[in-house]
Write a protein that binds this ligand. Structure first.
Ligand code: PXP
Length: 242
């Protein structure tokens, strides 16, 4: 089964912001990622705009010809941006405003009413919704109850344990992904996926609809170049893994 590679380009914006000016060019990078085979572009505008800026997201809407996925915590400002841009997909993440990177998934039971309301608004604008969650059955069931179209499994813990025991690392993800599938939820995955662990993830959860990858992919591109790197990640998604 085909798994889309969505490249998270936040790190490109971080590099640009370090100097001011427009090098590297975030919009050109997004277009080049698509040219090199990426099937989606992901951005995660944070409240302080330290990576991708709200203006970038508006420009990306015009530039991206595959799927634009906007991730983030649904503040009023974030939601106003998403409803204006109308991306293909919006991934809701329970980030505290001061975190370095996303480090946990939603408690979909505790935040049921809030999530239901936000998802309803996004659906009114025809935006596919995904909820970032840990591989926990009750939270997956909660994602179904609030009418999300997809879940994005938070793969940080998988990536950590993978280096010690890959079978132990993948086990809760396989179980959760199958459970999500049984509820007719599409399964996405993201965080800390890389050239070491991606093929194994894909082999074990072949019906993964989309992976969004930023940090490792952009770092690999320093050595291999962006075009080669994207080919390498696409190959991981096609190989049978080990
Ligand atoms: N998914 C979510 C919800 C994220 O917050 C991030 C990081 O911005 C990613 C996926 C991508 O993670 P990484 O940069 O480790 O590939």
């Amino acid at each position: 089964m085909h798994t889309r590679l969505s490249v998270n380009i936040n790190k490109i914006a971080t590099l640009r912001n370090a100097r001011g000016g427009n090098i590297p060019d975030v919009i050109k990078t997004a277009k080049d990622c698509e040219l090199f085979g990426a099937e989606g572009i992901t951005v995660h505008p944070r409240p302080d705009e330290r990576h991708i800026r709200y203006d970038d997201v508006i420009e990306l809407k015009e530039a991206v010809t595959t799927e634009l996925n906007i991730e983030g915590y649904p503040t009023n400002e974030f939601l106003a941006l998403v409803l204006k841009v109308k991306p293909t997909q919006c991934t809701l993440v329970p980030d505290a405003s001061n975190v370095i990177t996303s480090n946990q998934g939603w408690d979909t039971i505790k935040h049921k009413d809030f999530l239901k309301d936000v998802i309803e608004q996004l659906h009114e604008f025809g935006i596919r919704t995904s909820l970032f969650i840990n591989p926990v059955e009750q939270f997956i069931e909660g994602a179904k109850i609030v009418n999300s179209n997809c879940i994005e499994l938070y793969t940080g813990p998988f990536a950590n344990i993978f280096t010690i025991d890959k079978y132990k690392a993948i086990s809760p993800y396989v179980q959760s992904a199958k459970y999500a599938q049984s509820l007719d939820l599409k399964v996405n995955a993201g965080h800390d996926l890389n050239l070491e662990n991606l093929a194994f993830f894909k082999k074990n959860i072949p019906f993964t609809a989309e992976v969004s990858i930023g940090h490792a992919l952009i770092s690999d591109a320093l050595y291999y170049g962006l075009n080669n790197t994207i080919q390498m990640y696409l190959r991981q998604l096609k190989s049978i893994g080990s």
